[in-house]
Design a protein around this ligand. Structure first.
Ligand code: HEC
Ligand code: HEC
Ligand code: HEC
Length: 370
């Protein structure tokens, strides 16, 4: 079972000779040059994980996964290429298998057929290009949707066969990906984080709503993210309070409602003008949850999953404070929290709660916000 987004990508890839392949982008006067304005191809081909995604399917680890799934050669199997080399089927039609390997330019930017020639016209605005079919990746909602289609849901049978578990976190992952672009001046890490988490929750909700008996692990991961975002909500006031934060609300029978709610949250957050005040409020609210980790309920397994998402959140939010002395002070405290969630089977809730309280004490006070 692939998600709606993956299915769309796959259909687009199959129906379309309209993908041009990255050689269309990579001449030296276009995106294959050396200077900052032209070096997107170099950054992608030399540094970006996405250019290697196809080669990953030829490793021993991939062979083991494929063996266990009995799907034959992973390089040839849509079970794998849908994310690791999505334009593969197009490449075959064009008899140009080398040029479309991995996750290449058009996978993210959209099929270039209708805008390849015209997108460099000096009288064209960004809006004109988007109108011609280029994905509007400057819009955080569009960007999150693009990345999440490969970075969150992976089928239970793949996980059982040894595929790494995927956690989508747009801000951190966008920082990890060697950037071939510059962000707009009003770009905000915490805003990017929240849009990404809301979209991740929507995708997880969709996956759960499709399954008759979802794995306990998947349910716990979902309810942990729902818990986190419900707690964040009061800090921004972007949506009216939801009823999911009660323990009953975390029941997967609500998956479809949560799917709608989280999509709204993602949209509203992407449209909002993010304020530094929100970043501080989110940090304060989320680090104020230590009591829950000292409680007898929920179970330790669920607490561990909540802690895992929480640490990612605190890291990104603290990074977005733009306050160097504070960041310096928080950094060792965050490192300790990361250690606490490194191995979830060994998770110690009381210890984590203690570290979380120290984190909250180290926060710059809310009144200092700019
Ligand atoms: C068509 C599927 C696809 C899309 C779309 C996609 N990725 Fe990836 N991404 C992958 C695959 C597959 C890998 C693993 C590459 C490998 O084989 O090592 C990966 C790896 C990564 C990694 C390194 C591993 C990690 O998780 O730290 C980062 C960071 C990343 N992607 C960020 C992004 C961002 C940001 C976007 C959206 C702008 C995005 N990706 C869009 C498929 C995709
Ligand atoms: C839903 C999209 C998706 C599908 C389907 C998928 N992968 Fe992946 N795969 C990823 C992403 C994203 C990563 C990067 C994970 C990370 O590092 O966070 C990854 C990572 C991997 C890795 C680890 C790479 C490393 O450097 O450690 C292997 C091996 C792998 N995939 C093999 C496969 C095989 C084999 C299949 C088919 C049976 C497959 N994948 C199907 C998205 C996918
Ligand atoms: C994993 C997804 C992904 C892949 C693959 C990818 N891009 Fe991008 N690209 C982005 C994102 C996200 C942005 C930032 C949003 C924006 O500026 O439109 C971006 C921005 C750009 C920009 C605008 C630069 C700026 O500073 O304004 C160019 C040009 C570009 N990409 C070209 C390419 C080319 C050429 C390739 C292939 C060699 C490529 N991209 C592959 C995601 C991707």
């Amino acid at each position: 079972m692939v998600s709606e987004l993956q299915a769309q990508t796959a259909i687009a890839a199959r129906s379309a000779i309209t993908f041009m392949g990255e050689p269309s982008c990579s001449s030296s006067t276009c995106h294959g040059g050396a200077g900052e304005k032209h070096n997107q191809f170099l950054t992608w081909s030399k540094l970006d994980f996405h250019s290697r995604a196809h080669a990953t399917l030829t490793t021993a680890r991939s062979a083991r996964i494929a063996d266990s799934l009995k799907i034959g050669n992973p390089v040839e199997s849509a079970n794998c290429t849908v994310c690791h080399s999505p334009l593969k089927s197009v490449a075959e039609k064009l008899h140009s298998t080398d040029s479309m390997r991995g996750v290449s330019c058009e996978t993210c930017h959209g099929s270039a057929k209708n805008w390849l020639r015209s997108h460099t016209r000096p009288d064209w605005t960004h809006e004109d290009r988007v109108h011609a079919g280029m994905h509007d990746l400057k819009n955080l909602y569009v960007r999150a949707n693009t990345c999440v289609s490969c970075h969150q849901n992976v089928n239970a049978d793949l996980l059982q066969a040894g595929h790494p578990e995927l956690i989508f976190e747009l801000d951190g992952q966008a920082v990890t990906e060697p950037k071939h672009w510059r962000e707009k001046s009003d770009w905000s890490g915490p805003q990017t984080w929240l849009v990404g988490q809301a979209v991740a929750l929507r995708e997880m909700s969709w996956q759960l709503s499709q399954e008759k008996s979802p794995a306990e692990n998947a349910v716990n991961r979902w309810s942990a993210l729902l818990w986190l975002l419900s707690a964040t909500e009061g800090a921004t006031g972007l949506l009216p309070a939801n009823e999911f934060s009660s323990s009953n609300g975390l029941d997967i029978k609500n998956a479809t409602s949560v799917q709608k709610w989280s999509d709204q949250l993602a949209l509203k957050t992407a449209e909002a003008k993010w304020s530094a005040e929100w970043t501080r409020k989110c940090l304060n609210t989320l680090s104020g949850t230590a009591k829950m980790f000292r409680g007898k309920t929920p179970t330790r397994t669920i607490q561990a999953r909540r802690a895992e998402r929480l640490v990612l959140a605190l890291d990104r939010l603290a990074n977005g404070l733009n306050d160097e002395p504070a960041a310096k002070q928080l950094s060792p405290v965050i490192d300790r929290l990361f250690k606490d969630v490194q191995s979830l089977p060994d998770f110690d809730p009381a210890q984590f709660a203690g570290h979380l309280e120290e984190f909250q004490k180290s926060l710059p006070s809310l009144s200092e916000s700019k």
